[in-house]
Design a protein around this ligand. Structure first.
Ligand SMILES: [Zn+2]
Length: 246
């Protein structure tokens, strides 16, 4: 029973952070398990920061402007690693946004893990090679644009479109509506000019091959382009974030 629980914990930590399971495995040998886990995790985290760039994955910045991860939690969980080319795409777009819309802070969401091609960053099936990255929408309040703020505390799951019209319910889907959560989010609205401008930068970038945004929302924002795609009815909804891939 205890072995099964540890195995489950190792699996969960691996799926969540890639290296967290190894840290727990190391901690199992010691008496002060939580303390050892924290220490082992910190060491593995630091090693990833040093070694991943040599293996072809760059961490996106956790703090600062004009580009940073939406929450430091993405950095703690090591979900902010992408290929150097994708990091450059993100940096260039964020910088360009400050030229056309001064004061803009661009927030990245899930990217990828520091190591291994082919290991998906759940719940995203496609984020497995450092070539996919999600971005938060920009939001506004009564006083206008709110730099560095999102509606949901993790950047995801604050849906812009109302009741489901695009897809019929299917089994085994990543398309969660999470209707019960929607009333929890603070009263902020999408900042359409910046959100459209950022998406246009990705559509115009030759390094980007596809951009996922829910089609009705893309239409509302006046966006068109052959790279603009619908992820299909089994994939997650994309009316709460922008997904790009090389
Ligand atoms: Zn994505």
């Amino acid at each position: 029973m205890r072995i099964a629980l540890h195995a489950l914990l190792i699996l969960a930590l691996t799926l969540l952070t890639q290296l967290g399971g190894i840290a727990w495995l190391l901690a199992l040998r010691f008496r002060h398990r939580l303390l050892t886990f924290g220490l082992a995790y910190a060491i593995l985290w630091s090693l990833a920061l040093l070694i991943a760039p040599v293996m072809g994955r760059t961490p996106l910045p956790c703090f600062g402007e004009p580009l940073r991860m939406q929450s430091p939690a993405y950095c703690v969980l090591m979900r902010n690693y992408v290929s150097p080319e994708l990091a450059a795409v993100a940096r260039d777009a964020a910088t360009q946004m400050t030229v056309t819309h001064p004061g803009t802070v661009t927030l990245a969401l899930d990217g990828g893990f520091p190591f291994l091609d082919g290991m998906p960053l759940l719940p995203h099936l496609s984020h497995s090679d450092g070539k996919k990255l999600d971005f938060a929408f920009y939001y506004q309040g009564d006083g206008g644009y709110l730099p560095g703020q999102t509606r949901s505390p993790i950047g995801y799951w604050a849906f812009e479109l109302g009741d489901e019209t695009t897809c019929r319910p299917v089994w085994l889907t990543g398309r969660w509506n999470l209707r019960w959560l929607q009333s929890v989010w603070p009263d902020r609205t999408l900042e359409p000019n910046r959100t459209a401008a950022l998406t246009r930068l990705f559509l115009a970038d030759a390094r980007v091959s596809k951009v996922f945004l829910e089609p009705p929302l893309a239409t509302q924002l006046g966006l068109v382009g052959s790279k603009l795609r619908f992820q299909g009815c089994r994939g997650a909804r994309h009316d709460d974030h922008i997904h790009i891939q090389l």
